[in-house]
Design a protein around this ligand. Sequence first.
Ligand SMILES: *Cc1c(COP(=O)(O)O)cnc(C)c1O
Length: 368
Amino acid sequence: MNTNQFTHLEINIPNIKYNLKYFRSFLSDNTKILVLVKAYGYGHGIGEFSRILEDNGIDYLAVAFPSEGVAIRQAGVKLPVIVFSAGMEHYPLLIHHRLEPSLPCLEAFQRFQTEAAKLGEHGYPVHIKLDTGMHRLGFEKAELDALTKELPLAQSVRIASVFSHFVASGDPLHDDFTKTQIARFQTLSSFLESHLNYKPIRHLLNSPGIERFAKEAQFDMVRLGIGLFGMSYVDRSLLRPTAYLKTPVLQVKTVRQGDTVGYARAGKVTVPEARIATLAIGYADGVNRHLSGGKACFSVNGHRAPTIGNICMDMCMIDVSGIDVKPGDMVTVFGDDPTIFELADILGTIPYEILTSVAFRVPRIYVS
Ligand SMILES: *Cc1c(COP(=O)(O)O)cnc(C)c1O
């Protein structure tokens, strides 16, 4: 019997725990773990998902936007939450929800410390981002000098952590550059620390960083993202998929040679009779329209079936000729087969984008 005969993203909690254990195996017992739940938890949901992470001993969460942090607070999660890309006008909102800003430059630091002082804060936790080579956000040496001069007067805030982000830690081709980033981080963070009378948490490693540089650079905390969701940069067979996009067959029909399936007559039937199954999922749900016309196969009842015709907004069609399929049967768009890696390869993108493309309207179902 199928349960959940509607379009949903199934989140497999045992597999999340399995992957977490793998990443923990690289770390010392006292190294903290931050999990990135930006972009709706890499598609896995935010409120309930953050609660699950809290229950599994995660120390910190991080998001991109304040609204994501607010969703975490609304779910009753008490963990510290870093917000990476808050605009300055959001600072009072962050403080209201006890969300902690990542501060990438002196202007941001001054503005936040002013807002915090106005609200009567003392020692509000903030996180200093260092630029060690990404050249996207972060303090470089000269600006860090200026920051240290302001610190004695900036009593409304406390530097809870100092961190930086790798450019290409998963790619052995760039290991020399990664090592340069580690060295710069070491130097800049020590410099900052030498101007404080307390020790901020230092963190540098992202998922591939944990797999490849945990010995020399785990510092006090690591930031786990895509790895938790099954992506290994060392050996993919070591990790398990955590998200399964599933949708029911709405109807099965026979279409004869010369007839076409779907919009624009794009899906031509070239065999005497094709069996076509219509699915309750479309590009508005996150099934990329470039998967139309047989570019991808989804799996149903143990078989792979190619798309036929153009993927529609809310539906798409697959060719199930020769497969025993009836309305209500569940089709896997991604999960074990195909994997997010296969779809990413077809689309010329990265698995992150497959996960983060699943639409808001697709309910997340947590399975333990
Ligand atoms: C997204 C992000 C990460 C996690 O990266 P993964 O490649 O998913 O492990 C870590 N740190 C920062 C600052 C990020 O924005």
